[in-house]
Design a protein around this ligand. Structure first.
Ligand SMILES: [Zn+2]
Length: 403
């Protein structure tokens, strides 16, 4: 009896395994190459960044994706390291055409901190040390490649096309995804969902994974829990559509987003973010659940509804007033750069627009996010202050009323 039961369980287990073709072995293969010392941490603009892009493009070709860059699979762009240094970078873009009128974008950044000469390292003496970035974000790229293979080879014609993108220059301020969102190679109005992986390699079965972007569509509350419960995956949610990774660039274009993340750790942005610490089986389990979520979205009768979410600035601050601005954290001044403006908030009411530089608020000169936060701490509800704004060549003075 015991034996028979055991056999029955094994059969059910393997049946389940067959249902998903997501492979921990493939995940391991991709991360092994991308996070190897040979690729020297994939710094933006380096020879090894190009080698990584070639690897991704070759794989896209192998599985039959259409090239959707501007130069084959590549979309070259200029990445400003600072006000003086400009790097040649490239996104890698492949398209699975199902003849549908909606598209799901699945992306991850493939650049990392290189040998510690660019900014971002969290060790004091970073120069000359390879920052392999196995979790950040070879793991995410492996996720994109494995999902691309799954959807290209599953012999199912979904009701969505798929655009797979690996972004560069994320570590320098989401530059690759911003460039793509401003220079898209497909019609962005057809995009129903952007799904981003950034650090999905450290799955701990005793901890929850984070699903970000929860507030960007009212459908997530219905679509996602049944899949994650089916897979016995503990999860926590983050409502914000804007955050510290590439989904932000699509969220500000009013596209619903999802972001998967296994959490920060002590090796974050250090040379010790190595392949030995990656949970390949765990990543495959996450990817299998993501396939379930994508299939559930594919079966919805209508397009996802987009919702604006609270801005992370406003959420984390205890100020009496906020302006409802999404800021470009990578901007080096002078002024602070506005990426987006929330509806019905003081910033929008004052006429501030995405792309504006705010040089001054009341008597406070702004050159960093901290200047801005410091200034906000000085104001009260009901107060009106002057904002000095640079818009292109024009300098404007706009009254901001806090409510
Ligand atoms: Zn990252």
């Amino acid at each position: 009896m015991k034996k028979i039961l055991l056999v029955a369980c094994l059969a059910a287990g393997s049946l389940y395994a067959q249902k998903s073709d997501i492979s921990a072995k493939n995940v391991q293969k991709h991360i092994s190459y991308l996070a190897s010392d040979e690729l020297k941490g994939r710094g933006t603009g380096t020879k090894e960044e190009k080698m990584s892009a070639d690897y991704i493009a070759k794989y896209f070709k192998e599985i039959g994706l259409q090239p959707k860059g501007t130069n084959g699979y590549e979309q070259p762009f200029k990445a400003n390291l600072d006000t003086v240094h400009v790097l040649d970078a490239r996104n890698v873009v492949g398209f699975l055409d199902n003849g549908a009128d909606r598209t799901i974008v699945i992306g991850a950044h493939y650049d990392h901190l290189g040998e510690g000469y660019q900014r971002g390292s969290l060790i004091p003496d970073s120069k000359g040390k390879i920052h392999n970035g196995a979790d950040d974000n070879a793991s995410g790229v492996a996720g994109v490649l494995e999902l691309a293979r799954h959807f290209a080879k599953n012999k199912v014609k979904e009701k969505h096309n798929f655009l797979f993108i690996c972004f560069s220059a994320e570590e320098l301020g989401l530059l690759g995804s911003k460039y793509y969102a401003n220079n898209p190679t497909i019609d962005l109005s057809t995009v129903n969902l952007m799904l981003n992986f950034d650090m999905i390699g450290r799955f701990d079965p005793n901890k929850a994974i984070t699903v970000g972007g929860w507030g960007t569509s009212p459908s997530w509350g219905q679509v996602i829990p049944p899949v994650l419960e089916r897979d016995k995956m503990a999860f926590k949610i983050d409502s914000a559509g804007a955050g510290a990774s590439d989904h932000t660039s699509f969220y500000v274009k009013k596209i619903p987003v999802l972001f998967f993340f296994t959490g920060v750790h002590g090796d974050y942005h250090k040379p010790s973010d190595d392949i030995e610490l990656i949970n390949f089986e765990g990543e495959a389990k996450i990817l299998n659940s993501v396939v379930g979520i994508v299939n559930a979205v594919d079966k919805l009768p209508n397009r996802l509804e987009y919702r604006e979410t609270a801005m992370p600035m406003a959420r984390n601050m205890s100020f009496k007033v906020t302006m409802g601005l999404l800021l470009d954290y990578s901007f080096n001044g002078p002024g602070i750069k506005v990426d987006g403006v929330s509806k019905n908030r003081p910033g929008e009411a004052a006429g501030i627009k995405g792309g504006d530089l705010i040089l001054r608020l009341d008597k406070y000169t702004l050159n960093t996010i901290y200047d801005y936060m410091g200034a906000l701490g000085k104001f009260e509800k009901g107060q009106t202050v002057e904002a000095e704004v640079q818009r292109g060549a024009d300098k404007l003075t706009l009254p901001v009323t806090f409510k």
